[in-house]
Design a protein around this ligand. Sequence first.
Ligand code: PLP
Length: 411
Amino acid sequence: MIFVRENGRTIPKEDKIFSISNRAKEAIAKYGKDNVVNGTIGALVDDDGKLIVLKSVDKVFKELTPDEYAPYAPISGTPEFKEAIKKAAFGKYEPKGFTEVCATPGGTGGIRNTVSNFSAPGDRVLVADWFWAPYKTICQEIGREIQTFKFFNEERGFNIDDFKANVLELLELQDSLVIIINSPAHNPTGYSLTVTDWRKIKEIFEKTPQDKHVALFCDVAYIDFAGDEEQYRQFLPVLDEMPENVLPVIGYSASKTFTMYGMRCGAMICMAKTPAIAQEFKQAAEFSSRGSWSNCNRAPQTVITKIFADPELKKMVDEERAEYRDMLLRRGKAFEAAAKECGLEMVPFDAGFFASIPMPNPDEVAQELEKENIFLVPLAKGIRVSVASVSEEKCRLIPARIKAVMERLAK
Ligand code: PLP
């Protein structure tokens, strides 16, 4: 770096996923889309590789008047949006705790504001060892580090023991702790914690020192693409039962749920035990927003407000999304079945945009697959396949191809 102060950050020359994705696009231009697999994209696309945008949402957008999109929105979001986004996040569940909302630019903004407000400079933030890379970027950017716990145990379930060991270690070292749990339909594995897993997490916190503060960030970016919306919200009551020194924060993203990736809309919502805790959450989140992106985009806030104000429209949006969600679930199941058939081990998978294959040499395998026009994302401990961006037919074919490359390289 010449002018730039790295300040403890590792700044790569280029974003890894975007560069693989660019090579995939070049291959498609050269060989045609039928001959290339682009399993890198973090958005839901149709079988022809086109971004899926809900028509019902698009229509509301196009009908916005200048008054509905042009003015600044209040820093924490318009009052109507804040009510609507709570309904979007909680579904039929009515939280018992005190909720406050702060609008954020996508789910990402909520992660950033949670890390900056509920940890101290130099602290470690606890995440699973399979994690979405921007968690680390966000932590580095604001002078924090990540520490990982083993996500899975030998029985292919949530590794509550390693989670506990890491929580106890960090609570010895730090006065406060931010934990990020991405579930359901975790990126990059597709795993969803069960209600029992969440209960066990709660039981751990009942026994940890009550004078230490824990912010439990529940990254639910994929919650509306995991399966039945209510079933996948059954863990929410457990969050309400956490002890007072644990503050659950829901990180909600409108990117996937409303197919508004580029509109940068989301929210951080607390489930606090007292009004005072909720109030300080609000004040701090607004302060951080002001000091980073100021206020958020008004247009998607208006769109979401309108959807929740009109039951007919809401029904249309939900039904449209359910169709695409079922398509996504079929792709995931097809991939899983094909992996089983050819004996390719997967990281425990439930649903969602991604699945992962564990392996010791992901970079090498991904490079070889690229030679066969299969573009996937190598991570530290395996390869990520975006079933959201690959047709069901291709989902059936990829596992055997991965397996063949792994076997060839192992020789
Ligand atoms: N969390 C995870 C795990 C994600 O994969 C994403 C998007 O890819 C997000 C949060 C939030 O994304 P956005 O800021 O686009 O809403």
